[in-house]
Design a binder for this molecule. Structure first.
Ligand code: BV8
Length: 244
């Protein structure tokens, strides 16, 4: 697809770009999105049901099996051209804030720096009671425990009903207030408060651009909807900006 000239010019002229990514940016790496039916054993479960503290406390071993499965899956995949294009974009503009809802760490593996992990990180272990990161838990146990307090260990992700890490929330609010371009990539814009960042950016006068093969709840409020896969559209955007 060709990138509209207005988009190329706005990105070229931007002082600060706020990028918000969702599961769609990792889809071409082979990581299933939350909307897609889960595969295999997990087909019968709804991620929204599993990704909660209640589900974890009800059956920590089941939830740990799910996260171990996801960790194994993500450790086998690689960043795709969309991830690399966003790392390149940060090198082409004066300021860029990358907020990701993904927990897979693929942006960092593609070279993006200062990635704001709005929903935590799949590969981090934390003490459920104390909240601190634990690096020496017995992770082979069906329900690992904290070596410090003996309580349960949990994955370092933000579950539904849990607060976004305060620093992440603060960084996102600041970026939404100062950005001239807001780029939503591969998210259904259904999960809050991440889903509200586009409207906040618009209120600050930013140009809203969305990259997604399907329309979302945000699409009718953006200035430019670039319909397509992020692994194809983002590299095209980079080459259009770099082209004189
Ligand atoms: C909170 C980590 C309060 C875990 C996840 C209003 C305001 C505030 C909160 C709420 C609200 N209404 C409801 C809530 C509660 C809830 C919420 O939003 N529920 C939704 C379902 C309505 N929000 C919360 O609970 C949040 N916390 O508000 O706390 C609070 C405050 C103070 C004190 C205490 C509490 C926390 C939400 C975080 C949940 N954790 N992940 C884990 O991963 O295991 S969310 C999880 O699902 C992902 O991280 C991701 O964010 C989300 C899925 O969304 P997407 O990333 O958009 O993925 P999705 O599959 O939906 O869409 C993929 C898109 O990609 C599609 O559009 C598709 O078309 C597109 N696509 C496909 N292929 C491609 C592509 N795009 C580009 N290229 C492709 N190739």
């Amino acid at each position: 697809m060709s990138i509209p000239e207005a988009v190329v010019e706005a990105v070229r002229a931007a002082r600060h770009i706020l990028v918000v990514t969702g599961a769609g940016v990792s889809a071409e790496s082979g990581v299933p999105t939350f909307r897609e039916a889960q595969t295999g054993l997990w087909e019968q479960f709804d991620p929204h049901e599993l990704a909660t503290p209640e589900a974890f406390l009800r059956d920590p071993e089941l939830i740990w099996r799910w996260y171990h499965w996801r960790r194994e899956l993500v450790s086998r995949v690689r960043p795709n051209p969309g991830h690399y294009a966003l790392a390149e974009l940060a090198r082409l503009v004066p300021g860029l804030t990358l907020i990701t809802q993904n927990v897979d760490g693929l942006h960092q593996r593609a070279g993006s720096e200062d990635v704001v992990e709005f929903h935590g990180n799949l590969f981090e272990d934390r003490c459920f009671a104390e909240g601190c990161v634990v690096t020496n838990g017995d992770m082979d146990a069906p329900a690992p425990h904290c070596p410090g307090c003996g309580g349960l260990l949990r994955p370092g992700v933000v579950w539904f009903g849990e607060a976004i890490p305060p620093q992440a929330l603060h960084t996102a609010g600041q970026a939404a207030a100062k950005c001239d371009v807001f780029l939503s990539v591969g998210t259904s814009s259904l999960v809050w408060p991440a889903a509200g960042l586009g409207d906040a950016a618009r209120e600050s006068g930013a140009m809203l651009i969305e990259i997604n093969p399907d329309a979302t709840t945000l699409t009718d409020r953006v200035h430019h909807y670039l319909q397509g896969k992020s692994g194809e559209v983002l590299p095209e955007l980079i080459s259009s900006i770099a082209r004189d």
